[in-house]
Design a protein around this ligand. Structure first.
Ligand code: UDP
Ligand code: MG
Length: 348
């Protein structure tokens, strides 16, 4: 019997958290009293995460594991979870317990009222640096003001989605994924549930500044052309200002003023324009690079092994590779797990 709920958890080096996460999720889900599955997506962890997840799967068949061939990133890990999930409602939740599992029943309650997307809104954030809190607030307001999509403020990927929405999202295979924006973009009936975001249970953030910046750029470029149009706007503005300035200089010279004779004026103008042109080129590059990656059509992710899951039927342009069926059946060496077991070469 297919489960009613699927919980999708992206995992990257979270060995210190998994046992606690499992017991809290299990306690909450058992209360709901309907069949469910926990799908852990191992995003190329190099600690003991995979081993722990496999152990959980052995003890509890409701736990299912997808093992990526390498690290593909948080958003892609979520995507894989959605591809494999079979529940009528799918919940996405971070592994670090910043999103408390105890909020899930509230999400479920709104779903049962008929909402297809129920997202959790952070009213407070504990234990974040002021820098992260400030940049996050700024980012959510910026992206909201420059896109036409109604992306709710202060909302992460912690949300419940109905099967209809999940199937819609599964057909959207873009490479630079901003899942929270995509799940707003699809429409349907959406609502928010407020919650307090806790501090990380253990370990440290897997989003250093560099990744955060890339994520923000993915969000903006996926949903807005405004940065591209900036060059046009700036071009018009500077051209208009220059026209006025030329008139001014001519009048000043004719009336015998000793203005604008040095090199400084020339230098400043050239450097200023050079800067603007380079920035515009850079913006163009951000978009062009993404177009290039898109047309290469490489797989979104590569699944090396799965436990407790079958390869899902996907649209023909789905761009995923699942080679888990080429593995020897996972049972023989259940202890001492090697995340990349070597396969014997077939003899000819
Ligand atoms: N994560 C992942 N792949 C990555 C980075 C992060 O699957 O490359 C997972 C991570 O294990 C966690 C979630 O994504 O479950 C959110 O990451 P994190 O808590 O480090 O981000 P933050 O909450 O600090 O923004
Ligand atoms: Mg976190």
């Amino acid at each position: 019997m297919p489960p009613v709920y699927s919980i999708v958890v992206p995992v990257y080096n979270e060995e210190a958290i998994l046992p606690e996460l499992y017991s809290r999720l299990t306690a909450v889900m058992e209360q709901l009293g309907e069949p469910y599955e926990l799908i852990f997506v191992n995003d190329g962890s190099h600690d003991r995460s995979l081993e722990i997840m496999r152990e959980l799967h052995r003890r509890d068949p409701r736990v299912k594991v997808i093992n990526f061939a390498r690290n593909f990133g948080h958003q892609v890990a979520i995507t894989a979870g959605l591809d494999y999930a079979r529940g009528d409602a799918v919940v996405i939740i971070d592994a670090d317990l910043q999103d408390p599992p105890e909020v899930i029943p509230d999400l479920v309650a709104r779903w049962k009222e008929g909402y297809e997307v129920v997202y959790a809104v952070r009213t407070e954030r504990e234990g974040e640096t002021w820098f992260k809190e400030f940049t996050a607030k700024l980012f959510y307001r910026l992206i909201r003001s420059i896109t036409n999509v109604d992306i709710p403020l202060d909302t992460g990927d912690f949300r419940l989605m109905d099967r209809q929405v999940v199937e819609t999202l599964r057909a959207m295979r873009e490479r630079h994924r901003f899942m929270r924006g995509m799940s707003s973009w699809v429409g349907f009936r959406q609502t928010g549930v407020p919650y307090r975001r806790h501090r990380r249970y253990a370990g440290e953030t897997k989003y250093p500044f560099r990744k955060m910046l890339k994520f923000a750029l993915d969000g903006i470029t996926s949903f807005s052309y405004l940065p591209l149009q900036l060059a046009t706007y700036l071009g018009f503005a500077i051209a208009a200002m220059s026209a006025l300035f030329i008139l001014f200089v001519i009048v000043a010279r004719l009336s015998g003023m000793q203005a604008f004779v040095g090199q400084a004026t020339t230098l400043v103008t050239v450097l200023f324009l050079g800067g603007i042109q380079l920035i515009s080129l850079g913006i163009l590059g951000e978009y062009l690079g993404r177009v290039y990656e898109e047309i290469k059509g490489r797989p979104l992710y590569i699944v090396a092994q799965t436990w407790g899951l079958e390869a899902p039927p996907l649209p023909p342009h789905a761009h995923v590779v699942d080679v888990s069926h080429l593995q020897p059946s996972p049972s023989p060496e259940e202890s001492g797990v090697d995340p990349h077991p070597s396969r014997e070469q077939p003899s000819r």
